[in-house]
Design a binder for this molecule. Structure first.
Ligand SMILES: [Zn+2]
Length: 357
């Protein structure tokens, strides 16, 4: 499922817009056009308030973007790969390829965002002092950047503050334990915020809800990663992979699937992996055409592969992000195994049982 639109590349990092962002943009412009200062331009006469709030909204999201770029650049410097930056409903997200487990790196990466927002706030504050016609606009940007910095410093996942807190804990205890402790504090803060929000501000209540979910998610993801720690693809992959040739007809493929009870196959031509074909691809071919259509016409050629020495946690993360259910394992150009979601679920259940002791 694709819910983001690719915009451009900044420092080699793809910048994406989440669909929610396109809906929220006009809403923000509308809100800021009628809010009274410092949270809007409702004091200005009619076309002017819209113009100001449009410019302000665009600059607000530019500020959020700069915040995320700051995270990304520090992460890159610390050797952590950034897959993309996505602008969405509640700000931005820079998705990192891996959580930096070195507490110092995580602390630096996490604090770079709020620090940048503080600097932007300071810059806009000075600008507002010297430019009287645009004073309103700059004061607004000062306020929102300050809010952005403070909001992100709330010590709860998924905010930067939660990560900084974990880094502080992680410098004196194992990473998993540190995550648990930080997540618990985050949940506590969320509950507190929700209570407060219920009586004073419903927005706060909604945000608290997201914080609670974020804290639980982070805890779960980290627990899973550490359960898989030390395991490689080789340890859980299914060897003796059944493969198909691209010239097989869809009908023959369907018989093979039924016989072997597999839902998908790597497609091999002259010993090389050329694609993957699944039951879903078969479903798209009308019944009366299944005798004539060949596998190479329906297979997906853009195949995600794994190396047998890849850490298991990496492929689990990639599979859950892309929704891909089976990944061929390739060594020296040859398919030597396959990892499916079922393989992973099974090993997860067994590992949980074994580590319970
Ligand atoms: Zn941030």
């Amino acid at each position: 499922m694709k819910s983001s639109i690719r915009l451009a590349k900044i420092f080699g990092i793809p910048l994406e817009l989440h669909i929610s962002f396109l809906f929220i943009l006009p809403v923000f412009i509308w809100i800021f056009a009628f809010n009274l200062p410092p949270w809007g331009f409702g004091n200005l006469p009619e076309p002017l308030n819209y113009i100001y709030s449009t410019v302000a909204t665009l600059l607000l999201f530019t500020s959020i973007l700069i915040h995320e770029i700051a995270h990304s650049l520090v992460a890159l410097k610390k050797g952590v790969k950034i897959r993309s930056i996505t602008l969405m409903l509640f700000g931005g997200v820079a998705s990192m390829e891996d959580i930096p487990e070195d507490p110092k790196s995580e602390a630096l990466i996490s604090s770079s965002g709020p620090l940048t927002s503080f600097s932007l706030a300071l810059a806009f504050y000075f600008l507002h002092l010297f430019t009287s016609p645009l004073e309103n606009l700059f004061y607004f940007l000062f306020i929102v950047n300050l809010a952005l910095a403070l909001f992100n410093l709330i010590p709860a996942f998924p905010m930067d503050g939660g990560r900084i807190l974990r880094a502080i804990f992680a410098s004196r205890m194992p990473f998993l334990e540190a995550t648990k402790k930080a997540a618990e504090i985050g949940k506590l803060i969320a509950i507190f915020m929700a209570f407060f929000g219920l009586f004073y501000n419903l927005w706060l209540f909604v945000i608290a809800f997201f914080i609670y979910i974020g804290a639980s998610e982070e805890e779960r993801a980290t627990a899973m990663t550490s359960l898989f720690e030390g395991l490689r693809i080789r340890d859980i992959m299914t060897e003796n992979v059944s493969m198909v040739s691209p010239d097989l007809s869809v009908e023959e493929l369907l018989f093979k699937m039924f016989e072997e009870k597999h839902m998908g196959y790597p497609v091999i031509q002259e010993g090389r992996l050329v694609g993957v074909v699944t039951l879903e691809d078969v479903r798209k071919v009308p019944t009366e055409r299944r005798r004539d259509v060949k596998i190479y016409e329906i297979m997906s050629r853009d195949v995600m592969v794994a190396s047998p020495d890849d850490p298991l946690s990496l492929i689990v993360k990639k599979m859950s992000e892309t929704g891909v259910g089976r990944v061929p394992v390739v060594e020296n150009g040859k398919v030597i195994g396959i990892v499916t979601r079922t393989d992973i679920l099974r090993s997860l259940q067994l590992l949980t049982e074994m580590r319970r002791r």
